[in-house]
Design a binder for this molecule. Structure first.
Ligand code: G
Ligand code: G
Ligand code: MN
Ligand code: NA
Length: 247
């Protein structure tokens, strides 16, 4: 059996697990939100990396189903948390580029939120720069609607794609996530200058900025010195099963 065949089964039988990784305020060390990340421990295939199965999902046109699976799981879990009076922070869900320009995305999110009575302020979305390359009227419409609904939008893996700076200025997004590859090199002089440049871009266009893949105290100290106020990475916490994080 291969990944292609099992992925459909995994979606139908809820075999994919949603994990959460905290986003942290660098000054106070407080968690300010989470990113939802999929994990798949398959009874037949063993553990399958999201890098592999997300790519296959895209090839098989299952990407939208995968995104919906995460959205549904996150909303259902938020509902259970509200029922138990647990204090909640926004949870960011990664949306595949091709899905972001789909009119049905809005309907899906709106229907879930209504049906489960979960405020949309508790949802954030992350998309990669490639969405900006394919800027269609529907992408712009979706961005506007999402923003008006209180859903914050981050550009993921920022700096690795080809997004033009003029798009970033015009776009209704909230946050740039500095890709881990830049943080990996932040201890080099040139690497540090690059991260400083990304932070300057974000400040110039009034966007929030968050560093991804922070693994060491040294990286954290340099980020703080450069004026970055938020971070995410193993230094703070690894992703954990959503129920173990929230309950
Ligand atoms: O969590 P990890 O570092 O193993 O993720 C590897 C890749 O898979 C990353 O690029 C991450 O964005 C992607 N990924 C993980 N979970 C999801 C998800 O729920 N949806 C999408 N579209 N991508 C995800
Ligand atoms: O593409 P995206 O940025 O959504 O993917 C984030 C991926 O990076 C996730 O798979 C997550 O598990 C992983 N990740 C998060 N923090 C760290 C870190 O500090 N080090 C490493 N190596 N991976 C990380
Ligand atoms: Mn992400
Ligand atoms: Na990223």
């Amino acid at each position: 059996l291969d990944v292609e065949q099992r992925l459909g089964v995994a979606l139908d039988e809820n075999l994919l697990q949603v994990f959460l990784q905290p986003k942290v305020d660098l000054l106070s060390n407080q968690t300010i939100g989470y990113e939802a990340l999929l994990r798949w421990q398959d009874p037949i295939l063993g553990s399958v990396s999201p890098i592999e199965f997300i790519k296959i999902a895209e090839e098989m046109s299952l990407a939208i189903q995968v995104d919906r699976y995460v959205l549904k799981t996150v909303f259902q879990t938020i509902r259970r948390s509200i029922d138990q009076d647990i204090r909640l922070l926004p949870i960011a869900v990664n949306i595949t580029s091709c899905h972001f320009g789909d009119a049905a995305l809005i309907d899906y999110i709106f229907t879930l939120s209504n049906k489960l009575d979960v405020p949309l302020e508790l949802l954030d979305l992350e998309v990669t720069e490639s969405v900006l390359l394919e800027m269609s009227p529907q992408v712009e419409k979706n961005l506007q609607w999402l923003r008006q609904s209180g859903i914050k939008i981050s550009i993921d893996d920022f700096g690795t794609g080809y997004s033009s700076l003029s798009y970033i200025r015009k776009l209704a997004v909230d946050t740039l996530k500095i890709d881990k590859s830049f943080i990996d090199e932040i201890t080099d002089e040139t690497g540090q200058k690059l991260v400083a440049a990304v932070i300057a871009i974000a400040q110039a266009v009034n966007l929030d900025v968050i560093a991804e893949g922070v693994e060491t105290k040294q990286q954290l100290d340099i980020l703080s010195k450069l004026g970055c106020k938020k971070g995410q990475g193993y230094y703070f916490a690894r992703p954990k099963f959503i129920d173990d994080v929230l309950f």
